[in-house]
Design a protein around this ligand. Structure first.
Ligand SMILES: Nc1ncnc2c1ncn2[C@@H]1O[C@H](COP(=O)(O)OP(=O)(O)OP(=O)(O)O)[C@@H](O)[C@H]1O
Ligand SMILES: [Mg+2]
Length: 479
């Protein structure tokens, strides 16, 4: 279907001419003879471009333009317009074109301005450009939504709520933040969130993976080099600190940086100045520095692997990314968020996690944290048909959770009475054994074989033990 154009003009002749020209070019054309009519019909037509006469009988073209933009902005947040669907592009038309009108209209967000009498070629060219711009706007909106989804932090646990509050406090400042936490806990996401919520959000965010750059190259990567500074330096190159000027530099895996590079970074932090490799003069840069590490930097300082002065300059505010097992209540939310994202990326239907599966996932210890969880979810979304149940989960996770939860239940029920303090060791042992055996019997529905197996006893020995401890079938709790 052709792109749809709405022409708003009170002159019938103009509408007819425009319709003829545009339909001849394959566009779908709608007409409105007043601003009121245009606004009323806009939601139904949702045109790509609106050609808008400035002088209309009722409300003016300028007013229509304004409510067009306002209305669309509201719509984008509500449900009217799908995300990523930009507002129509407005092109103003005037019979008595004055520069003032043109300036006012473009300031108010019109794409361009055409004068009557309309010139066919100019009309078509302007229209093509406007459509191209709209396609680009759509692409940008889509990419932004995608990128923001990628770097969105998920979680509502107390640990995450506290973290969000800390991010909100440091983001508006220029304070240096050192982000610590186990591998896969989202340290990079935190750095991006701080930048995104800072006044520098429209300036560059440059991430440097200090562990990935060979020690002999890190200086030239960070600070740049002059032509001929060393073999292979064929041209002058700007360093990452220079590229980040005015914005944020994120020194990731800072704990892996060599001592000599640490000294150079320290100089930039202290003086705001750097020199390209092979250059005599120094440059001023204005960069906010965020750093992250999964190492224990204080221990590295103690062992001489990390400069103490650099540590204190980086860790003005330390932020700790909580391990996933410290916020297990977020696991269902993370599973659903990742599943939706992965399904969308791969053109698959969204998958639902059954509560039984979420229970197991929430009980697992996640040594690889959120990254490990994301990988497991990706595997499940790709491989499973329909909803994801406990039986679909990776065997090692199910086994690990079973192993950890088995001894816990009866132990949690263990209760020593106050007089236990005065019992002999033997009496104490009987007391505990009685509770453990009873708990295991209850757990296994008083099935003797199964209980014996769980306790690591022969059936006959369990019977003997029960008699010795005075446990009889009649003791069954639930009967
Ligand atoms: N709170 C969160 N919400 C959503 N996704 C998260 C969250 N935390 C981490 N992730 C995801 O987990 C993965 C690992 O996150 P990230 O790279 O930020 O971890 P890291 O702490 O920098 O790990 P490493 O120390 O290994 O570099 C990424 O895919 C990231 O999007
Ligand atoms: Mg990282």
């Amino acid at each position: 279907m052709g792109k749809s154009i709405l022409i708003v003009d009170d002159e019938k002749n103009i509408r007819r001419t425009v319709r003829m020209v545009l339909e001849g070019e394959g566009y779908a054309v709608e007409e409105a003879s007043s601003g009121e009519e245009a606004l009323a019909r806009l939601p139904d037509i949702s045109p790509d471009v609106v050609l808008l006469d400035v002088q209309l009988p009722g409300i003016s073209g300028h007013d229509v333009l304004e409510s067009l933009r306002r209305g669309c902005a509201q719509d984008a947040e509500g449900t009217g317009r799908p995300p990523g669907q930009p507002e129509p592009v407005a092109i103003m038309i005037s019979g008595h074109g004055t520069l003032a009108d043109a300036v006012r209209a473009t300031k108010a967000g019109a794409y361009d301005f055409l004068e009557k009498p309309l010139d066919r070629e100019r009309l078509l060219l302007t229209l093509r450009n406007a459509l191209e711009r709209r396609a680009m706007a759509r692409e940008v909106a889509g990419l932004r939504a995608l990128a923001e989804g990628r770097f969105e932090m998920v979680g509502q646990s107390p640990a995450m709520t506290a973290l969000y509050a800390q991010i909100a406090k440091v983001a508006p400042t220029r304070t240096r933040v050192l982000i610590t936490g186990e591998s896969g806990t989202g340290k990079e996401l935190i750095a991006r969130a701080i930048h995104r919520e800072s006044p520098l959000r429209d300036r560059p965010f440059i991430k440097v993976n200090c562990a990935a750059i060979p020690p002999e190259l890190i200086e030239s990567e960070l600070f740049g080099h002059e032509r001929g500074a060393f073999t292979g330096a064929a041209a002058r190159k700007r360093g990452l600190f220079e590229l980040a000027d005015g914005g944020t530099i994120f020194l990731d895996e800072i704990g892996d940086m060599s001592l000599s590079a640490q000294a150079k970074v320290l100089r930039v932090l202290e003086s705001g100045e750097l020199s390209r490799v092979g250059s005599e003069s120094s440059l001023k840069v204005d960069v906010r520095v965020l750093a992250a590490t999964n190492r224990d930097l204080q221990a590295a300082v103690a062992s001489g692997q990390f400069r103490e002065d650099l540590f204190f300059r980086l860790a003005v505010v330390p932020l700790r990314a909580p391990a996933l097992r410290e916020r297990a209540t977020d696991i269902p939310l993370l599973c659903q968020a990742f599943a939706a994202q992965i399904a969308r990326d791969n053109g698959l239907h969204d998958k639902r996690f059954l509560p039984e599966a979420l229970d197991v996932l929430a009980a697992y210890a996640w040594p690889g944290n959120v990254r490990e969880l994301r990988n497991v979810v990706e595997r499940l979304v790709i491989l499973c048909e329909g909803s994801i149940g406990a039986g679909d989960l990776p065997e090692e996770i199910v086994a690990e959770v079973a192993r950890r939860s088995r001894p816990l239940r009866p132990m949690a029920d263990l209760q020593l009475p106050p007089e236990a303090a005065n019992l002999s060791l033997r009496e104490l042992r009987d007391l505990v054994e009685r509770q453990v055996v009873r708990a295991k019997l209850d757990e296994n529905d008083w099935n003797i074989s199964r209980t014996a197996q769980v306790l690591g006893l022969e059936r006959t020995n369990l019977h003997k033990k029960m008699r010795a401890l005075g446990i009889a079938r009649d003791d069954r709790r639930d009967s």
